[in-house]
Ligand binder design. Sequence first.
Ligand SMILES: Cc1ncc(C[n+]2csc(CCOP(=O)(O)OP(=O)(O)O)c2C)c(N)n1
Ligand SMILES: [Mg+2]
Length: 651
Amino acid sequence: MDRIRLTTAQALVKFLEQQYVDFGGGPERFVHGIFTVFGHGNVLGLGQALQEASGALTVYQGRNEQGMVHAATAFAKQSRRRQIMACTASVGPGSANMLTAAATATANQIPVLLLPGDTFATRQPDPVLQQMEHTHNLSITVNDAFKAVSKYWDRIYRPEQLMTALLNAMRVLTDQADTGAVTIALPQDVQGEAWDYPLDFFRKRVHRVAPRLPRPDEISAAADLIASKQRPLLVCGGGVRYADAGADLRAFAERFAIPFGETQAGKSAVASGCAYNLGGIGVTGNGSANSLAAQADLVIGVGTRFTDFTTGSKSLFAHSEVEFLTINASPYHAAKLDALAVVCDAAEGLKALSAALEERGYRSAYTDEIVSAKAAWETERKRLAGVEYTGNEGEDSIEGSFVPEIAGHLDEKLPEYAAALNTSLTQTRVLGILNEYIPKDAIVIGAAGSLPGDMQRMWNSAVPDTYHMEYGFSCMGYEISGALGVKLAEPEREVYALVGDGSYQMLHSELVTSLQENKKINVILLDNAGFGCINNLQMEQGLNSMGTEFRHRSPEGQLSGELMRIDYAASAAGYGVKTFRAATAEQLYSALEEARKQERSTLIDIKVLPKTMTHGYGAWWHVGVPEVSGSEAVQAAYGQKRGQLEKARSY
Ligand SMILES: Cc1ncc(C[n+]2csc(CCOP(=O)(O)OP(=O)(O)O)c2C)c(N)n1
Ligand SMILES: [Mg+2]
C-alpha cells in the first residue's frame, strides 16, 4: 500500500480538500473554507498544515470564536447544508468561546466542523497554559463540554485515529436527518505528530446524499387520513427548505386547497404571495394563521420539529378531533405529537402523497376561509406598518396597542422614550419600511429579541429563500455573524442583518471580518434602549421592569435612572463601516437608499420607541410563572397559566 508521511494536521487538511457531495446534480466541493482564531493550541499544528496546503480551503480570520462559528453555521444553512465550513480555535478559552455557537448549530441541525485545539496527549508540560485541571480525572479537558452540544465528538490521541474520526465526521455532516456540530478535539502535540497514512485515504471522495424515500404503505395510510378530514392545515418547516421542496409544497397546497403556516425556519420556502400561504404560525405567528390552526381537524407537519413556538406550547391546534400527520426525514421529529409518521425527505413525501390523494379525488372543504384569513391579516399588517407616534398631548398619541398588559402605561411612558431616544418611529413602521424598500431578492437575517416575532408576522418574502432566521436556539449575536456567513454563501445578493441593541452589544465582532473580506453586509440596528422582548415578558407576567431596560443606576441605587443614550453609529464608524442614523421615516428611506450604493458594510442606527413591536395574535406560550408570590399580578398570571395548561395537550 502506498503511504505518505504527514502530520495529523496535514492529513486532516488534505482529507478535507478532497470531500465532495453529490445531491443528484453532480459532485460539488463540500468544505468551502476554515475560520480560524489562532493561539498556541492550533497555530503550530493546524496553522502550519494550512500554510503548506494546496489552498483549496479558503482560510478566514475570525474575530470572536462564537462569531466565526455562527458565520460558518449561517453559511451552511444558507447553502441548504450542501456546503460547510470548518472552524479552528486554540485551546481553553478559545475553544470554550465556540461552545455557544456549537449549540446553536446543533439546535438548528446545521452542519459545522469544529476543530478545537486541546491540551497535550503526552501530559508532559501539564498544566499547559489555559489547561483546566480536574483532580479526579486527568482525561477531562474544556473540550469535553462540547459533548453536550455536538452530534459527533472525538479526540485524536494518536495520528492514525484521525481516519476513523474523519469518516464518521463526514457521515454526520452529510446526514439529512440528524446533523449539527461535529467536534474533533486536537491535542496540540498530536497535531504535529507524523504517521504513514495510506495514500488512498486522500483520494477524492464523493458522498452521494440520496433523499430518503417514503414507504408506499406509509403514504397510503397518510392519504387515507387526509381523505377523512375536511380542514387540514400544513405546517411548513425548515426541512422543506433543506429538501428544496418549496415548489412541491406549493403545488400540494394548491392542488388540494390546503392552507399552510410557516415556521421561522420554513418561512420563504414558498413566496408570501402564494394564495395558500398564511404566513407565520404559532407564538410569533399572525392572527389569521393561528385562527385557521385552531380550527384545523388535521395538522400536517412537513419538515418541522414542532417547537413550542410553532404549537403554542401544544395549545394552538385546538379542534376537538384534531389529528397529526408528519413528513420528516428524522424519525425522532416525525413521531412528535403522536403523529402518523411518514419518515422521508419532504420533496419525495409530498410528491408521493400528492399522487395518492389525487387517486382518491381529494379536495379540502374550505370555501372562502383561506382568502378571507389572508385578507384580514394583510389589513392588520398594513395597519402595523403605518403606526406612527404623533406626540400630541391629550389625544391618543399612538394608534392601537402593542403589548396589551402594558398598553395602559404606554401613553404615559412614550414621551420619556421619545425624548430620550429622540425618535417618533415605531418598530412596526420600521419593519414596514424595510420590507418595502430593500431589494426583493435581498436576504434578511435575524435571531433573537423582538425582531424575529415581528419578522415572522410582518415580513413578506417575495422571493423564495430570502428569509434566514436562527430561531432554533435564538442566540443573540448570530445576526451580524450570520450575515457574514450568508454573504459568503451568496455574494451576489444584498444581505441585511436585523438586530436589536441588546444583541448588537453582545456580539458584533465579525463586522470587522466583513470589512476585511470586502463582503458587504448591512446592519439594521433597532435601538429601543433595552431587552425589549424580555421586558414585555416580565411585565406581562405581573413583574415590574427590572434589569431589562438600559437605564443608569438611580441615586436610590436601582437600575431605574435615565435611559442610556448610545451612539451605535459612532461605534461602527470606528471600524470603517459606513453608518447612518434614522429617527424618522424620511431619514430611514434615505439611509436605506444610500446604504444600497455602498460597496462596504453599512449600519443604520435606528431609534425606535420601546414597546412598539407586535404582540399577541392568539397563541399561548408556556413560561415559568411563579406558583407563589406576594404580588396579586403574579398570582393572576399564575392562575391564567393554570387555565391555559388545562387546554393544552400534554404530549
Ligand atoms: C446569548 C443569549 N443570551 C440571552 C438570551 C435571552 N434573551 C432573549 S432576547 C433578549 C433581549 C434582546 O434584546 P435586543 O437585542 O435589544 O432585542 P429587543 O427585544 O429589544 O428587540 C435576551 C437577553 C438569548 N436569546 N441569547
Ligand atoms: Mg432592544
